[in-house]
Design a protein around this ligand. Structure first.
Ligand code: CS2
Ligand code: MG
Length: 409
């Protein structure tokens, strides 16, 4: 079998997506997600201008060799753009191999290790009544694990709170990247947040009881000692995890957090390779790996990362917001079903227009996702529909502190 074509498809149904479609001389096609929120065109160009010419004529079955070729022959390694481009190729090749084998990808990855994939959804509110309503709505939608994000008195706009107005009029929780010529500036005050949050979880526990798995995303905004303080203050509320409590480029920073709290820690959605995790995993400084298949070099690299984490009883918590396309989500679900050290899967639902462009076979019921039984990853892309939604510039917001200092968003 030979690769005869590779097309980079950029579409913007409810938000921008970059998809690679590889076609073989036997008529089998494979899809891969290369969406990098707010920087989509950089991956599209990396693929179209630099990678596609290298794929034509190759044997699509040589996945590991192609991965190593793309990673090493580029000379310039790692980073979000490179690893998203490699991920798009890798997942498309796994899609082709599984279709050629006539089986769903998870079977090729060793078969199912569980019956379903526990998913968590995003509840949020500007105040407690709105938050409680959002949690109830997610329970009615079938979620059995809930991420809780709230507004903070004294701060105008906080990550992840749905009802906040956005500059382009769309619901905030659905898509943080706003269609605009420039990124929106938001404000932040960590001390106000640290004063407010424990009370929110106290109220949620007294309203919904001790069993409901609750998650929270600190979204990279605290210093290590602030993260330690929050982790400790949240211990009575038994969180499933506290995510991205502090920027982790300096992996050792988590030693300080770990020293002070037993609240489980999840990190990694902005990481791109196993090397970003070496100290975190070897020193048991985290409990969940948050990388996305789309941003970490695909199935080939993610499986190696999760195998490494498994040696340290660290589990998966794959990133699954709306800026991971249905192709990237499907790839993650096949991995989730096959690996042993599965923890939980993030699941933000895509919009109607996106579901028109990407026909998916994965299912969600009673709290559990399943990738389906179709050969390959189980997602098709309707190119005519995709062409109806041209790319639109969009940026994630950024933060400034009261004194004007730029801060992590
Ligand atoms: C968030 C993401 O889902 C999450 O855990 O951290 O929504 C993140 O803000 C976006 O993926 C950024 O593009
Ligand atoms: Mg996050």
């Amino acid at each position: 079998m030979k690769i005869i074509a590779a097309d980079v498809i950029v579409t913007s149904p409810d938000r921008n997506f970059v998809t690679l479609k590889i076609t073989t001389d036997e008529g089998i096609t494979g899809l891969g997600d290369g969406t990098l929120n707010g920087r989509e065109l950089s991956v599209a160009s990396y693929l179209a201008d630099h990678v596609v010419p290298l794929l034509i004529g190759r044997d699509p079955h040589r996945i590991e060799d192609t991965w190593q070729f793309l990673y090493r022959s580029a000379y310039w390694r790692r980073g979000p753009v490179t690893m998203a481009a490699i991920a798009a190729v890798d997942v498309a090749l796994w899609d082709i191999k599984a279709k050629a084998a006539g089986m769903p990808l998870y079977q090729l990855l060793g078969g199912a290790s569980r019956n379903g994939i526990m998913a968590y959804g995003h509840a949020s509110g500007r105040d407690l009544p709105e938050l409680f309503d959002s949690i109830r709505r997610h329970l009615e939608m079938g979620y059995r694990s809930i991420r809780v994000q709230t507004s903070v008195p004294g701060i105008n706009a906080v990550y992840g709170v749905a009802a906040q107005p956005s500059v382009d009029g769309r619901r905030y929780d659905y898509e943080p990247a706003q269609r605009a010529a420039l990124p929106a500036e938001e404000d932040w005050d960590t001390r106000a947040y640290l004063r407010h949050l424990p009370g929110v979880f106290e109220a949620v526990r007294s309203e919904f009881g001790p069993e409901l798995p609750l998650l929270h995303d600190g979204h990279h905004r605290m210093t290590p000692i602030q993260a330690a303080r929050l982790g400790k203050a949240l211990e009575p509320y038994d969180l499933f995890w506290l995510e991205d409590c502090t920027p982790a480029e300096n992996q050792e920073a988590l030693r300080l957090v770990r020293r002070h709290t037993t609240t489980p820690l999840a990190i990694g959605e902005v990481f791109n390779t196993v090397w970003d995790y070496q100290t975190l995993i070897r020193e048991q400084l985290i409990d969940y790996v948050r990388s996305a298949v789309t941003h970490t070099g695909g199935i080939t690299a993610m499986r190696k990362l999760l195998d490494f984490a498994a040696q340290y009883q660290i589990k998966s918590g794959i990133h699954g917001p709306t800026d991971i396309s249905p192709v990237g989500m499907a790839a993650a679900l096949h991995l989730d079903l096959a690996i042993h050290n599965f923890g939980i899967q993030e699941y933000m639902r895509h919009g109607q227009a996106t579901n028109e462009v990407f026909r998916q076979s994965f299912t969600f019921s009673d709290g559990y996702l399943h990738p389906g039984e179709l050969p390959g990853i189980g997602v098709d892309l309707d190119e005519e529909a995709a062409a109806r939604f041209p790319y639109q510039a969009a940026y994630l917001p950024f933060n400034r502190l009261k004194d004007g200092t730029v801060h992590d968003w």
